[in-house]
Design a protein around this ligand. Structure first.
Ligand code: CDP
Ligand code: CDP
Length: 208
């Protein structure tokens, strides 16, 4: 079974993906981390974010089994990730690795922006997770503060909205629901309620 989960920043897709993978005994890949890891490596070496050849070469050295969100959670890394995510050659390189991960038994849950549309268009289940921008900014601010990072609600909200616009507006693999995705609005749901709603969707789609 392959479960594809997409949605904007801090909608809760990563938390859901992890819980669903646990529940169904599947592997999990947070594809956002693949973009964040390349961005972090470029930032650390002072390399330009707009150079496709450099970004592709950096992606080739990436070990998908060693990506750690705690190390890559900084705001600036998310911003840089979204800037390099417009490079078609980089996307091609990362999508190839993501597909390899998805195809290994016993199946996987992948979360990102283009899983249901590009990476795994034949996924058994596709969820598109949304929440209001205000609620997503509240969650992300709390998350960053709990990790000891500097985060101010107004700035987090503005940054999330700008990143969503860039992700939804790019020419290649823009953020959007697949035609056959089920929509899950978690604005008023805590994690447990959202998880139960997602399990209901997966079980009902799988039974069809
Ligand atoms: O992966 P994505 O950026 O979509 O979001 P996430 O990392 O799963 O969730 C962002 C933050 O919101 C985390 O700190 C979650 O614990 C929290 N969250 C929440 O408070 N309520 C939800 N229904 C989902 C996530
Ligand atoms: O955690 P959050 O939802 O804020 O972001 P993320 O999932 O870590 O993704 C960081 C950035 O990588 C996004 O803003 C996208 O620009 C890019 N990304 C993408 O283009 N395609 C994916 N499948 C996953 C992430």
């Amino acid at each position: 079974m392959i479960i594809a989960i997409d949605g904007p920043a801090a909608s809760g897709k990563g938390t859901l993906a992890r819980r669903l993978a646990d529940h169904y005994g599947l592997r999990h890949l947070d594809t956002g981390l693949t973009y964040r890891a390349v961005a972090a490596a470029l930032l650390a070496r002072g390399l330009p974010l707009g150079d496709e050849a450099v970004a592709v070469a950096t992606a080739r050295n990436l070990d998908l089994s060693r990506l750690d969100r705690d190390v890559l959670s900084a705001h600036e890394i998310g911003e840089a990730a979204s800037r390099i995510a417009v490079l078609p050659g980089l996307r091609e390189e990362l999508v190839r690795a993501q597909r390899r991960f998805a195809q290994e038994p016993p199946g996987a849950v992948l979360d990102g922006r283009d899983i249901g549309t590009v990476v795994c268009p034949d996924a058994d289940v596709k969820l598109y997770v949304v929440a209001s921008a205000a609620e997503r900014a509240r969650r992300r601010t709390q998350e960053l503060v709990s990790k000891g990072q500097d985060a101010e609600y107004a700035r987090v909200l503005a940054d999330l909205e700008r990143r969503d616009q860039r992700d939804a507006g790019r020419a290649v693999a823009p953020l959007k629901p697949a035609d056959d995705a089920d929509l899950l609005d978690t604005s008023e749901m805590d994690i447990e309620t959202a998880f139960k709603a997602a399990v209901d969707i997966v079980d009902s789609v799988h039974a069809r």
